[in-house]
Write a protein that binds this ligand. Structure first.
Ligand SMILES: Nc1ncnc2c1ncn2[C@@H]1O[C@H](COP(=O)(O)OP(=O)(O)OP(=O)(O)O)[C@@H](O)[C@H]1O
Length: 261
């Protein structure tokens, strides 16, 4: 996946002022890679993710996946899954029903559905809860279902926008471990947004640090290729990288416009 010279403006209709949310964004992601995007609030992380999802279609620059546009790829069967901060499950459907619904929407044959759901629920350790409704589950379990639903459709790319930020740290740690366990089974390409340096370092192969600029752009790339998988929060290499992410975030989080006292 290649993003070249991406620029995104908002506003500008009916004489209203427009402003640039993203400028000069270049990003290449290899198949099977996990890339984290970090940066201060409002620097354009979600906007960038929405462009990759094909949800945001008005922008300048070039975004291609193996030489084709996202629209052409989706037409040809390319699947994008999105995990949000909240689980966004259908409250009137059970855990199984929610995953089956996603499979149906992605046109998986109905006779494969049961086996697929069983397999993914086993991977996220939720087999015993297949018949539960979302409101009968904790927030962490609901998010686990939303991750299971995302992987169930075997997406070509999984996008996650602060997927664990609404959870307590222990639940989040457990879910990140589950996510990597499923990822190692599917090797799905993942691009995620986070505000948490340790989370980004734990999950990613590369972390991209964005800043406001005057407009949002990628300022720095930190590779985590040297941190071995499966990862452990106690790994000293991971802790060191996480510190490097924090200091890069500090360096790039200042706005370029003057700060008035
Ligand atoms: N639909 C929209 N219409 C107008 N402006 C928008 C729209 N979506 C985002 N913006 C603006 O674009 C900029 C980038 O927003 P975006 O949500 O991508 O930032 P972010 O880095 O994800 O922020 P946060 O970390 O707070 O979620 C912000 O100034 C925001 O106000």
């Amino acid at each position: 996946m290649d993003l070249r010279n991406i620029r995104k403006e908002f506003g500008g209709w009916r004489g209203a002022r427009s402003w640039t949310a993203l400028t000069d964004v270049d990003l290449s992601v290899e198949t099977g890679e996990i890339v984290g995007i970090l940066g201060p609030s409002g620097c354009g992380k979600s906007t960038l993710l929405n462009i990759v999802a094909g949800l945001e279609t008005q922008y300048d620059g070039e975004f291609t996946i193996q030489g084709k546009t996202i629209e052409q790829q989706i037409e040809a069967g390319f699947r994008v899954a999105y995990v949000f901060q909240e689980a966004r499950l259908l409250p009137w459907r059970t855990v199984r029903g929610n995953i089956e619904f996603a499979l149906k929407a992605s046109k998986f044959p109905q006779n494969e559905s049961r086996v697929r759901v069983d397999r993914i629920l086993e991977l996220v350790e939720l087999s015993k809860f297949a018949h539960f409704y979302p409101q009968q589950l904790s927030g962490g379990m609901q998010q686990r279902v939303s991750i299971a639903r995302a992987f169930a459709i075997e997406p070509d790319i999984l996008l996650m926008d602060e997927p664990f930020s609404a959870l307590d740290e222990m639940t989040a740690q457990h879910l990140r471990e589950s996510l990597l366990k499923i990822w190692s089974a599917f090797r799905t390409t993942i691009v995620f947004v986070s505000h948490n340096a340790l989370e980004a370092s734990f999950l990613a192969d590369r972390v991209m640090i964005m800043s406001h600029g005057p407009a949002g752009t990628i300022r720095q790339e930190i590779s985590l290729a040297g941190v071995r998988r499966p990862r452990s929060y106690d790994d000293l290499d991971l802790i060191e990288k996480s510190r490097a992410v924090v200091s890069a975030l500090r360096k790039h989080s200042g706005r370029s416009d003057p700060v008035h006292a």
